[in-house]
Every structure is written in C-alpha cells, then in structure tokens.
Design a protein around this ligand. Structure first.
Ligand code: BGC
Length: 389
C-alpha cells in the first residue's frame, strides 16, 4: 500500500483526468494505465455457473456431460441487459469482495452495460426495455446511476465493462436504417454518460467496436476510428476508458492462416488484422486504445453462409479460453463475453423480437428468445469446442 505522502507525490505525476477524480478513486487510478487484468483473479459470473450446472444435468451422454462441466470454470461476462438485474450485480460484487478477503487474491468482475433506449436499432432480436420516445434517456441515466451506486459499495473489487455492444458500429454503418438515424444523438449522449459515470468509480471500460467483418472493412475503418476517438475525447480521455472490445457475441477467429471464404474482399479477415488496422487510426485521432477480444464461440470456422450472419450459427464451438497471453501488445486479454448457450434470438417468426437472421439456413432452429437458455446450442458448442474441454 502507498502512504498518503507517497500517494500525494504520485498524484502529481498523474494525468489531469486522474487528478480530477475523488481521492478514493485516485488511489485506485495509480495504475490505471496498466492492463486491468494483470494481477487479478476473474470472479466467475454466478448466473452462468448456474446455467451450465443445470445444463450438465440434462446431458445423458457421460463424456459430453463431463466436457460440459468444464465450461463452468471459464469466466464469462455478466450482462446487465435490464435495469432489474442491477441488484444481482450488487450480490455478485459482495460475493467477489468476500472471496478476495478470504482467499487473499484480488478479484475482478466483468460486466456488459447493455440497455440503451432503442437498443439493437438495425436488428430486432435484442430490442430492449427502453424507448427514446418514452423517457428513454432519463431511464438509461437512472440505470447507469444504479450500476455506479452498486459498484461504489465495493471499492476493492475491480470491475471491467464492455460498453453497449453494437451501438457505435450501428452509427458507423447503419444510419440508413431510420431507427438508427433517429437514435444517433441519444446513443452518443447515453454512451458518454455511461463512460463518464463509470469512470468515477474506477470501472475499466472497453467500448464495443463490432468485429472484423463489420468495421474491419477498409472503408469503415476511418469513420469508426473517428467516432471512437470522439467518444474518448468528449468523455474526458479517462484512463479508465481503456479501449475497445471486438467480436462480442460473434464467431470470428483471432488469427488464422486460412481465411474463411466469407471474408473474401476484406484484407482484415480476422480480429488481430482488424485491430492492427484500426489502432494506428485511433492513435492518429488521439485515442491510444487497448483491446479485448471475444473468443467464446470462435472455436470452429467456415460455418457461416455470409459474414453478416450472427444468429445462433450452426456448428459453432467454444473457442480460445480467456487469457492475457495474447498475440499482440494491443490486446489486454482474450475474453468470453457472450454466455455460450444463451440464444442470440428467436426463430419464431410471430414473436415481437423475431429477426430473419434467426431462421437463415445457417442458424440452428427452433431457437428461443435472445438471452434465454438454448440447450441444444450449448451442447453443440461443447462438442465443437476447440480447444476441447
Ligand atoms: C440478449 C441479452 C443477453 C445477451 C447475452 C443478447 O443477445 O439480447 O438479453 O443478455 O445476449 O446472452
């Protein structure tokens, strides 16, 4: 621990954005420029552990069941996809705090902030609970305030957040969709609010940056870099806004020697190539971003008919395990963000949140609502796991 005198001396060396923080947060910010995963044990998302345990009970094949049981050891992000889930966050942070005290190893908890008004503006499967026309911005700010209040109670638990999957990527490429055009300014205001508020309690944030097959196309790289850098500067260039998350809930490989045919025409055919292409543009725009890369469902490649297919893709397998051993110093960690086994969207064409992608020929059917358990999909992910469990 640093003494107050040493801390005072340290504070003088810190960037202005850090010096502007309250003293308690400032103490935590002393190493805010380092990889947040280093030196911490990831506290497992209890909800996913419970889902996996229940799923294992339903598997009669004993070798598949024992492989499936291994999945519960992998740390997966906790998705705050509704404001009603915030009390669960408090419960899990309390458990992580207790674990740190009893084990003596520092704990880190991973969350996804995912409740924008008019969420999932270019698709239908993950439309959320708030709408812009019905007090959406105020409801979102209240959601963020509740998360901040929860995290503030456990200053010793480090929190890493993926911020708003798909939101900025939709603003880069989908403004021709009326719902996205109408949401543009609200998305930016709400995401900025989330970043500024979460920084006050020392949450390390990675804003979602789509994936190689979305923003990685050469024509999209510069507009994407400009938007991300704009979000960084308008929110005060906080060291807690650590960088960007890629491939969230998607299926792309981190690196590959044999590009999937669907990537044809994109020189950035895997996540590492995408990150290496985006990074210098971000730096040029003043954002020295670091990255985390999702690999939960990337174990099997060459399974999609088109690169834009994202819903319950058939034949997918669990992928590389979370690790800070990564192929580039730009990548803080390989992560599992999507709880593999939770559906991407329903294939029921009469459901309110039906999206046609979920009944394409490469989508496993019948599929339940987004976020609910899809047992056959989970079993397929286990069977296809690469590396195997
Ligand atoms: C769903 C969320 C869910 C998340 C993780 C998203 O597609 O919309 O409700 O929490 O996936 O499974």
């Amino acid at each position: 621990m640093f003494s107050p005198v040493v801390l005072g001396a340290l504070a003088a060396l810190l960037p202005a954005a850090v010096q502007a923080m309250p003293a308690s947060t400032q103490a935590r910010a002393a190493d805010a420029t380092a990889n947040p995963y280093t030196g911490y044990t990831i506290f497992k998302n209890p909800e996913y552990v419970a889902e996996v345990q229940a799923a294992v009970q339903q598997i009669s094949d004993s070798s598949l069941a024992s492989a499936a049981a291994g999945v519960e050891d992998v740390p997966v992000f906790f998705w705050l996809d509704q404001v009603a889930k915030v009390p669960n966050l408090t419960t899990y942070l309390a458990a992580a705090d207790a674990e740190a005290k009893s084990s003596g190893s520092q704990q880190l908890f991973q969350i996804v902030v995912y409740d924008l008004p008019d969420r999932d503006c270019a698709a239908a499967a993950s439309n959320g609970e708030f709408s812009i026309s019905d007090n959406g911005q105020a409801n979102y700010e209240n959601y963020i305030d509740q998360i901040v209040a929860s995290i503030k109670q456990y200053p010793d638990v480090r929190v890493v957040a993926v911020v708003e999957p798909d939101s900025m990527a939709n603003l880069v490429t989908n403004l021709s969709v009326q719902k996205c055009a109408d949401a543009e300014s609200t998305y930016k205001t709400c995401v900025a609010y989330a970043i500024e508020q979460l920084a006050t309690v020392g949450v390390y944030m990675y804003l979602d940056a789509g994936h190689a097959g979305w923003l990685g196309w050469p024509a999209n790289l510069s507009p994407a870099a400009e938007l991300f850098a704009q979000m960084y500067s308008t929110t005060g260039s906080s060291p807690y806004f650590r960088g960007l998350a890629t491939n969230v809930a998607n299926y792309n490989s981190l690196t590959t020697d044999s590009p999937d045919p669907i990537t044809s025409g994109d020189s950035n055919y895997d996540e590492l190539l995408y990150i290496e292409a985006l990074s210098p543009l971000l730096v040029d725009n003043g954002f020295p971003a670091q990255f985390i890369v999702e690999q939960a469902r990337s174990g099997v490649q060459n399974i999609r008919s088109a690169w834009g297919d994202w819903c319950n893709v058939k034949g997918a397998g669990f992928g590389l395990r979370p690790s800070t051993d990564t192929p580039s110093s730009l990548i803080d960690s390989i992560v599992w963000v999507k709880p593999g086994g939770e559906a991407d969207g329903t294939s029921n064409s009469s459901a309110a949140r039906y999206d046609y992608h979920c009944s394409l020929s490469d989508a496993l059917q019948p599929a339940p609502e987004a976020g609910t358990w899809f047992q056959t999909y989970f079993e397929d992910l286990v069977s296809g796991a690469n590396p195997a469990f």
